[in-house]
Design a protein around this ligand. Sequence first.
Ligand code: SER
Length: 326
Amino acid sequence: MAKEMTKIMVTGSVGQIGSELTMALRKKYGNDNVLATGHKTKPSPELCDSGPFEFINVAQKETIEEVVKKYNIDTIYHLSAILSAVGEKNPKLCWDVNMNGTYNILEVALEHEMARIFIPSSIAAFGPETPLDNTPQETILRPKTMYGVTKVAGELLCDYYVKRFGLDIRGCRYPGIISYETLPGGGTTDYAVAIYFEAVKNKKYTCFVREDTRLPMMYMPDCLKAAIDIMEIDFSQLKHHSDFNVSAMSFSAGELADEIKKFIPEFTCEYEPDFRQDIADSWPNSLDDSAAREEWGWEPSYDLAAMTKDMLEALTKRHAEGKLNY
Ligand code: SER
């Protein structure tokens, strides 16, 4: 029988996923039961005013331990990470935050007998030798970025802690996440977010990957749904733990621009690939997520058309109010 989750901590709560996941968890489990944590970046008033917030450094175990004890934490959503593009600029930092951070979270979870832990992986776990289309759950994992290396090692480490120590750890391989609340920080899939902001603000965008670059993507409501749903299923129903492929949609940069043009006909997109092209080229076009569908009922709601409508409505409203900070 799984232990009850009552006191939740979110790491990386100031980031793109963490900021929205914290608010969703507070709504579901109660504001006071969800501790938001971050490292240096100033949290939004929404995050601070709606519940507890603490600064930690996941690469320093004692800072995690301090807040775990203070708030009697029994569940962790570990979102803090250095993404792929920043990771290539600073591989050492990427290793330190992603690898030592994950190791510290797992050690603290073990020592403090956590009920459950969520640690996401990414499509960055794959590499150029991986089958590109409908990438299987079990496949070749030979990433060429430091971010990808830490994600594969993280998956393996999580599965080790499940098997060796009986910890309840869950995680999925997120594709590029698209949202309008908090911008992503230094990933390769960031163009798929920036294009919407620029389309609304300036009616033009210069994309840093080629027009034919196709990657798996997901809209934020589905991303949150995955994190929440995977944590609710009975542990005994899971055959996989930390490495579920999750898929929602897959499109090229050109198809994304065409979809935006349906709403903003004067929008133009140019393509000037930079170092992130090589990273994008090493990742799959689309994923086979049948294991997630079978084991915990994963089912996304948004495709490219539905997401684009929602993104543009939200951003247009924000722009009209003079609040489109980008
Ligand atoms: N969105 C991430 C990145 O681009 C992939 O997980 O780095």
